[in-house]
Ligand binder design. Structure first.
Ligand code: PAF
Length: 283
C-alpha cells in the first residue's frame, strides 16, 4: 500500500495501472466496517482502490464538531493495509485548499437548504468543494459512497452529473450492527446504554415503511416514540428522490408499488446523549 500526501504523486496510479479501472473512496478517517464495505465493493470488481483520508474543515459549520472529530490515522492506515487497499491519499489543508483556486459551482436545487442542508448550513458547499478537488486529483473511473449519508449521495450525484459525467457513482447500502444501528464514527461517543437505545432508529424507520398507507400517522407516532426514549428528533420524514421533497401518505397512495421502488426514502436525524445521528431507508 502506498501512502501519498501530494496530488502530483497520484499521477503514478494510472501510469502504473494503465489497463485497470481506478475506484475511489473518499473518507475523513475514523474508519469502521462501513468504510471497509465500500473498499470491499471496489475490490470485488478488481479495481485499483484509492482511499483518501482528509478531515475537511470546510464542511464543519461548528468548530467544536471539527475539533471533536476523531483522528485515528495510524489505526486507519493499518486497517486499510490489512484490507489490501492499493493507495491512500492523506493531503494537508494547504494541498487541498491552495489560495489560488476558485470555488466550484454546483446547482444542488433545494438539497442545500433542506434536511441536512438546513440543519448544517454550508455543509454541502464544503463537501462539494473537497470532493470536486479529490475527483480532479485522483481521476477515478468509479466512486463509492455509503447510503447512510443519503443526502450526501444525492449531492455527489449532482456533482457527478454536472462536472464528471464520465465517473460511475455507486451508492453502497448502509452497513448495520446486529441491532440494526447504522455504523458511524459517531457511535463511539455513545455509552453502552446509548448504543442499545440508538437501535430504535432502525426499528422506527422500518416500521414507517412497513405500512405506507398510513405513513403520516406512523411518522408522528414513531417520532413521539423516539422522543420518549430520549432522542432530540430533528426530523423523521418521508421524501421523494432525488431532491428530497417531503411527501404525504396521499401522494404515495397514488402510485403503484413497482413505480415507487427506489424513488422514496424515510430519513431521520436527531441527537442522543448529545451525539447527532442520521439514518434512512430507501424504498
Ligand atoms: O462522508 C464523508 O466522510 C465526507 O463527507 C467526505 C465525502 C469524505 C467529504 O469530506
Amino acid at each position: 500500500m502506498k501512502v501519498f500526501t501530494l496530488a502530483t504523486e497520484l499521477l503514478s496510479i494510472q501510469a502504473e495501472n494503465p489497463q485497470r479501472k481506478i475506484a475511489f473512496i473518499p473518507t475523513m478517517g475514523a474508519l469502521h466496517e462501513g468504510h471497509l464495505s465500500l473498499v470491499e465493493n471496489a475490490q470485488q470488481n478488481g479495481y485499483v482502490t484509492v482511499v483518501s483520508i482528509f478531515i475537511n474543515p470546510l464542511q464543519f459549520n461548528n468548530l467544536s464538531d471539527l475539533e471533536k472529530y476523531p483522528r485515528t490515522l495510524e489505526h486507519d492506515l493499518a486497517l486499510l493495509e490489512a484490507q489490501g487497499v492499493d493507495f491512500v491519499f492523506t493531503p494537508t489543508n494547504e494541498e487541498m485548499y491552495p489560495t489560488t483556486t476558485a470555488d466550484v459551482v454546483v446547482d444542488l436545487g433545494l438539497l442545500d437548504s433542506r434536511f441536512e442542508g438546513a440543519c448544517r448550513p454550508g455543509h454541502f458547499h464544503g463537501v462539494v468543494q473537497v470532493v470536486y478537488r479529490l475527483f480532479h486529483y485522483v481521476q477515478p473511473h468509479v466512486v463509492f459512497f455509503g447510503e447512510k449519508d443519503l443526502q450526501q449521495c444525492l449531492v455527489i450525484e449532482q456533482l457527478v452529473l454536472q462536472h464528471f459525467p464520465e465517473i460511475d457513482m455507486q451508492r453502497v447500502p448502509t452497513k448495520r450492527e446486529v441491532s440494526g444501528l447504522a455504523m458511524s464514527s459517531r457511535n463511539m461517543r455513545l455509552t453502552k446504554n446509548g448504543l442499545e437505545t440508538a437501535a430504535a432508529i432502525y426499528r422506527s424507520l422500518s416500521a414507517v415503511i412497513v405500512n405506507l398507507t398510513d405513513i403520516d400517522a406512523r411518522l408522528a407516532f414513531e417520532k413521539q416514540k423516539l422522543t420518549s426514549l430520549g432522542f432530540d428528533v430533528e426530523y423523521l420524514s418521508c421524501v421523494s428522490l432525488p431532491f428530497m421533497d417531503e411527501v404525504s401518505g396521499k401522494q404515495l397512495d397514488n402510485q403503484s408499488d413497482a413505480s415507487k421502488k427506489g424513488k422514496y426514502a424515510v430519513v431521520f436525524a436527531g441527537s442522543l446523549e448529545g451525539v447527532r445521528l442520521i439514518d434512512n431507508l430507501v424504498f
